[in-house]
Design a protein around this ligand. Sequence first.
Ligand code: DGL
Length: 282
Amino acid sequence: MKNSLPQAPGPIGVFDSGYGGLTILNKIREALPQYDYIYLGDNARSPYGSRSFEIVYKFTLEAVDKLFEMGCHLVILACNTASAKALRSIQTNDLPDIDPNRRVLGVIRPTVECIGSITESRHIGVLATAGTIKSESYPLEIQKLFPDIRVNGVACPMWVPLVENNESQEEGADYFIQKYINQLLQKDPEIDTVILGCTHYPLLLPKIRQYMPQPIRIVSQGEYVAESLKEYLNRHPEMDARCTKKGGCLFYTTEAEEKFSESASIFLNQPISVKRISIEKT
Ligand code: DGL
């Protein structure tokens, strides 16, 4: 165990490669406004979706270490790519050494748990990063809980760059939004429910809605992750006691502060102040 880690109660850490985790943070803060939060976006190294398993694991572990050093006892990987590629290794191999009492949770399981009661056709689609699709995490997890559901996925490698570069509402975005939706529906025309399996994608929702045929339900993860965190804290009073409750939220990024605060303020609909930090370990 790392003796240097702060032992006093601290904020809940929320991590993503960039802006996407803000869609999760928003819903978590709506459901659990009394807690303190630290948001960390590794925007300087985003996107993670096209990176190797080893690199996503290394970057995610660096972020988790940083959030623990900043006083968090509980960290949410508000990133599907990190949840798919790094969560299991961090939980099994790293946490026992770092501090067996700290916890790291992901976003895939809470999303999968909700899906059984949403789809009627039992055909669902997943739109996600190349890394998440290649990991097969969604079909594998869905298979465990709902073996009757058929899952098809399509990687959308251009969507995260559209968000990170503030192009999500521009005309150029339309081509790529339509392209991946069409690819998915060609794979399985019986799909009645589509999971946005990347936390950046709800930031593209107006255009996704425009190109998704009307009867298809679009599942954004935020509210399911928030609900699942609420239940987790109820089930684990010992962790709840280690989370401070003053209703505050601090924002950190690995890129230029001005760019993050400008974009994040738009996504969150309120001005925020942000600090730039380095999380890279040599
Ligand atoms: N927002 C992340 C996810 O949910 C990753 C995006 C990326 O960096 O590619 O997968």
